[in-house]
Design a protein around this ligand. Structure first.
Ligand code: PLP
Ligand SMILES: N[C@@H](CCOP(=O)(O)O)C(=O)O
Length: 469
């Protein structure tokens, strides 16, 4: 399998090259040159199989010969062994047609563990075989950072530097990152928003000499390997509900558009996902795009669902590439105009094509609290604010539905956002016993301005110290 850049100016790579490169050299995102598709019989054969087997089988369609299914299965078994649910990603029925796909049973209690634990295994395997090392730079609004840190801590061949927006994550999220004192882990609180952090990461990747010198790699969903590892859980859930012989819809609380893109990919591989539904908080650029072709940037505003306080949704570029018929030149110029003018000029035909499949809903903070309250009262279910937005969006879609089940991505454990949950229900969800002393642990992080030079200097300093260079 070969991968091409959405902007058409970077060399094509294989899966391993894409895993290590992260972002393409031209600033674009890697996409498979062709889409693998499974027949109905192949999907049926995956029904009832353990999660690791489904993951290995589907990921093998993206990796090619250097990482065959048997090797992926070995890595997947290791990746998911420590999850707190035997099902890895259990499906909980909330209403006759509505199901929560719980993706938060990994070590850091958010859906990021589903892919990141697998990425950690992939990096270990590939770097050991090649005798190489990498410097991972990542941006987080709270969950990617801790998942990446947990997956890569104490590795000799990996340095990890995570940028988070100062004061804009929940305290649990921040502490999950900053209390990991392993020598290869470094946290930087950036005086800015998540979008600023993400822009800094992308700027480091497009600074060719720096990228080369540091051997940069990515763990954000700009890295195709992240998306590939997020596809299997949609298949796992849809198969449990009768796919490929019964269609499903999928609802996803959305920020950087990676999680919903993975569902789009599952559909492209032949899974009968009839509708994709996205829920947004007040940072609702994607919902505004879907309702009126208005992809215009606004200031990032803090909300009760901080992980989704995002305006520039990186993975939208991958969908745009498809909507524009894989025209890399048109994709590049559309993205350039978006960055220059703050508004993305999506042709009407492409927009209409998107709206035929994807529906968007904005859920305010008040409506989020009401949804958490309602779920607790009526279903005995405790949802975190992000999951509540997904469920609210899924429920808003139900009247349009033809009776097909809606799978909602439940993206975080309620204990990660205890203040919002307590405000809605009066109940403060406790952290699992292994994290009970989180508030007493020592924290270590630097605070830096939104300045590329200073961030690059910090990265260089940490990597030199770790490698003794
Ligand atoms: C808990 C949670 N829910 C939802 C999202 C949004 O997911 P995505 O950025 O893939 O759209 C995030 C951040 O990625 C998150 O951490
Ligand atoms: N919500 C994310 C933001 C980064 O998203 P990613 O999927 O691109 O890693 C976070 O929690 O950090």
């Amino acid at each position: 399998m070969r991968y091409v850049s959405t902007r058409g100016q970077a060399p094509a790579r294989d899966f391993e090259g894409v895993l290590l490169a992260g972002l393409a050299e031209d600033g674009g995102l890697f996409m498979p040159e062709t889409w693998p598709e499974l027949s109905a019989a192949e999907w049926r054969a995956l029904r009832g199989r353990p999660y690791a087997e489904v993951a290995a089988h589907l990921m093998a369609r993206f990796t090619g010969e250097s990482l065959p299914e048997a090797k992926l299965l070995e890595l997947a078994n290791r990746a998911y062994a420590g999850f707190g649910s035997a099902a890895t990603a259990p499906l909980v029925q909330l209403e006759p047609q509505l199901f929560a796909l719980e993706l938060f049973h990994g070590p850091t209690l958010a859906f990021k563990d589903m892919a990141m634990q697998m990425l950690g295994q992939l990096f270990d395997h590939v770097l050991a075989r090649r005798g190489e090392r990498v410097t991972i730079v990542g941006a987080t609004s709270g969950d990617t950072g801790s998942a990446a840190i947990e997956a890569c801590r104490d590795r000799a061949a990996i340095d990890v530097l995570i940028l988070h927006p100062e004061g804009r994550t929940s305290e649990v999220q921040r502490r999950q990152m900053t209390t990991v004192l392993s020598p290869n882990i470094h946290n930087i609180a950036v005086q800015g928003s998540f979008d600023d952090c993400q822009d800094l990461v992308k700027a480091m990747f497009t600074d060719a000499p720096f990228r080369q010198e540091m051997q940069l790699s990515a763990v954000n969903s700009i890295n195709w390997a992240r998306i590939a590892a997020q596809v299997p859980y949609y298949a796992y859930a849809a198969l449990a509900l009768g796919a490929p012989d019964r269609p499903v819809a999928v609802a996803v609380p959305t920020g950087n558009f990676g999680n919903v893109l993975a569902a789009w990919v599952a559909r492209r591989m032949g899974l009968p996902i009839e509708r994709l539904i996205i829920g947004a908080n007040r940072n609702d650029i994607l919902a505004r795009f879907l309702s009126g072709n208005d992809m215009s940037m606004q200031e990032v505003a803090p909300s009760l669902s901080p992980s989704m306080d995002i305006q520039v949704s990186s993975n939208f570029e991958r969908l745009l590439f498809e909507l524009l018929g894989r025209d890399a030149q048109a994709t590049a110029s559309t993205m350039q105009r978006f960055r220059a003018e703050g508004r993305m000029p999506v042709p009407d035909a492409a927009w209409k094509q998107a709206t035929r499949l994807i529906q968007g809903f904005t859920v305010s903070d008040e409506a989020t609290l009401e949804e958490i309250r309602r779920l607790h009262r009526d279903c005995g279910y405790l949802a975190d604010p992000h999951t509540a937005i997904g469920i609210a969006a899924g429920r808003a879609h139900l009247p349009d539905d033809k009776g097909i089940p809606v799978i909602v991505a439940a993206t975080a454990h309620p204990a990660k956002f205890p203040d919002a949950v307590e405000k809605a229900t009066g109940f403060r969800p406790p952290l699992p016993p292994r994290m009970a002393d989180l508030y007493d642990r020592e924290e270590r992080f630097a605070v830096l301005p939104n300045d590329l030079g200073q961030i690059e200097a910090a990265v260089r300093g940490h990597v030199r110290r770790n490698t003794g260079a």
